[in-house]
Write a protein that binds this ligand. Structure first.
Ligand code: SAM
Length: 263
């Protein structure tokens, strides 16, 4: 399940200001991750997509602009930096990208989205559901997956991209770093095999699952460009340096809601 071929970004390379990208996205990979996921999900022009945990919505705008989807960005929280609702940032980015006709934002989250069953062609979520694991435990994580399944149309595709750990125990010298603070990585991160099992349990067929070949490069970019990482070099950048790729990774699961069966 490990992908050894680094993905060649073509569309994301058109947005080379990584300080800006990482200020408007949150988590490793930025638009390279969005492109990698979009290709793996087979996004198509004019399809509907719900982005669960959009943050400021730069990724959402990228998917709308580059792949032609009509996207609904879902985010319930306020921004850590300026306390504005995330959805206001999404609206600003949609204006800046010229995609206000294709990007909409709603202040809501999983597992209680309020959408009718069978609403969307695609669901997309990056660096979000692992936080729900920390807040609401495995039951909350499973409930979130169940909601994603419910709101997808039959045949709809779910792309999940998540910080994960490799299938090894936490190295002893790394443990103090990944167990510190709120949303500690040890509390949030799972492994690919367990995640695949949880996605299957929610009713999905697994189309593709991998530890991204680019995981180390994406985390490295994050350490160098994310504004919170830059402001706190003893935090995540140090964790990543101590880890040196032994435990921390990034997993991707692409799954399909079967044509027939339960909502
Ligand atoms: C790390 S950010 C996601 C990054 C984003 N996908 C991107 O590409 O920039 C996690 C987001 O999850 C949102 N969030 C928190 N609880 C949520 C919930 N129950 N449902 C959906 N999103 C949630 C937070 O507001 C935050 O913006």
């Amino acid at each position: 399940m490990h992908n050894d071929s680094p993905h060649v970004s073509r569309r994301a390379d058109a947005y080379p200001d990584l300080d800006h990208v990482y200020a408007q996205c949150s988590g490793p990979g930025g638009l390279r991750l969005a492109e990698h996921m979009a290709e793996a999900m087979g996004l198509r022009n004019a399809a509907t997509l719900v982005d669960i945990g959009s943050n400021r919505g730069l990724g959402t705008c990228f998917l709308a602009k580059e792949y032609g989807v009509t996207a609904l960005a879902l985010d319930p929280w306020e921004d850590r930096e300026d306390s504005r609702p995330m959805v206001d940032h999404v609206a600003d980015n949609a204006r800046a990208w010229g995609v206000t006709d294709r990007v909409f934002a709603l202040r809501a989250g999983v597992p209680d989205t309020g959408f009718a069953s069978r609403s969307f062609d695609f669901a997309y979520s990056t660096t979000t559901l692992e936080m729900i694991r920390s807040l609401q435990g495995e039951a909350g994580y499973q409930a979130a997956l169940g909601e994603v399944h419910r709101i997808l149309k039959p045949g709809g595709v779910f792309g999940l991209g998540e910080p994960m750990h490799l299938e090894v125990p936490i190295p002893d010298d790394l443990r103090p770093y990944v167990t510190r603070g709120d949303f500690s990585w040890a509390e949030c991160f799972s492994d690919l095999t367990s995640t695949v099992a949880q996605v299957s349990k929610a009713g999905f067929e697994i189309v593709h699952a991998e530890y991204a070949a680019d995981a180390t490069a994406w985390w490295d970019e994050f350490a160098r460009h994310d504004p919170f990482a830059k402001a706190d070099p003893d935090g995540d950048p140090t964790t990543l340096r101590v880890d040196a790729g032994r435990w921390t990774s990034f997993g991707i699961v692409i799954a399909r809601k079967p044509d027939a069966g339960r909502d």
